[in-house]
Design a binder for this molecule. Structure first.
Ligand code: NI
Length: 181
C-alpha cells in the first residue's frame, strides 16, 4: 500500500466528471486500499478518486468514531437512488480544501447503490454523518466541491486563500476541529 498525494483546490482535476469503472479488478482494489490508507493518514473520513488524480467513479469512507472499530466502505460507481425531503446541516470540511469549513445542507437520508470491492452490486440506506459523507464524496465524482453549495462570496474567499497558500507553499497543516471529507 502507498500514500497518494491529495490535490488541493482550486485545480481543474477536481472539476472533471469522473468516468464509470467498467470492471472491479486488482488495479481498482489496490487503488481503493491506497485511498483508504491516504484517508486515514490525512486524517479524513472520506476520499474520492479525483482527489488523488484518478478520474474514476470510486470513493472510500469510514465515519466510525475513534473509539469504535474501523468501518471502511469501498464504493465503485456509487449512485444515489433515493433521498429524503428532510435535510440536515453539517459543518463540512474537505481534504482538498484544507482548514476550511462551512455548513452545508443535504438530504438527511439516502439510498445508495454501488459495486463493492468484489464487484458485487449492493444497496445501502444511510443517514446522519454517513449519508452526508457519501453525498459529499459522490459530488467529487461530478466535479462538485462543498464550496459549490455555499455563497459565491464565501466560496471565492476560500479559493483565494488556498491559491495564495499554494503559491507561497505554506498550506495549513493544522489538526481539524471537524473531520474532513
Ligand atoms: Ni471532500
Amino acid at each position: 500500500m502507498s500514500l497518494l498525494p491529495i490535490i488541493v483546490a482550486p485545480d481543474p482535476r477536481l472539476k472533471k466528471i469522473a468516468t464509470p469503472v467498467k470492471q472491479v479488478d486488482d488495479a481498482v482494489r489496490r487503488l481503493m486500499e491506497d485511498m483508504l490508507e491516504t484517508m486515514y493518514q490525512a486524517p479524513g473520513i472520506g476520499l474520492a478518486a479525483p482527489q488523488v488524480g484518478v478520474s474514476k467513479r470510486i470513493i472510500v469512507l469510514d465515519v466510525s468514531r475513534d473509539e469504535e472499530p474501523a468501518a471502511p466502505y469501498r464504493m465503485v460507481n456509487p449512485e444515489v437512488t433515493a433521498a429524503s425531503d428532510d435535510v440536515t446541516v453539517y459543518e463540512e470540511g474537505c481534504l482538498s480544501l484544507p482548514s476550511h469549513y462551512s455548513e452545508v445542507e443535504r438530504p438527511s437520508w439516502i439510498t445508495v447503490s454501488y459495486l463493492d470491492e468484489t464487484g458485487m452490486s449492493r444497496t445501502l440506506e444511510a443517514e446522519g454523518m454517513l449519508a452526508t459523507c457519501i453525498q459529499h464524496e459522490i459530488d467529487h465524482l461530478d466535479g462538485v466541491l462543498f464550496v459549490d453549495h455555499i455563497s459565491r462570496v464565501k466560496r471565492s474567499m476560500i479559493l483565494r486563500k488556498l491559491t495564495k497558500a499554494k503559491k507561497t507553499g505554506c498550506l495549513p497543516d493544522v489538526p481539524s476541529p471537524t473531520p474532513a471529507l
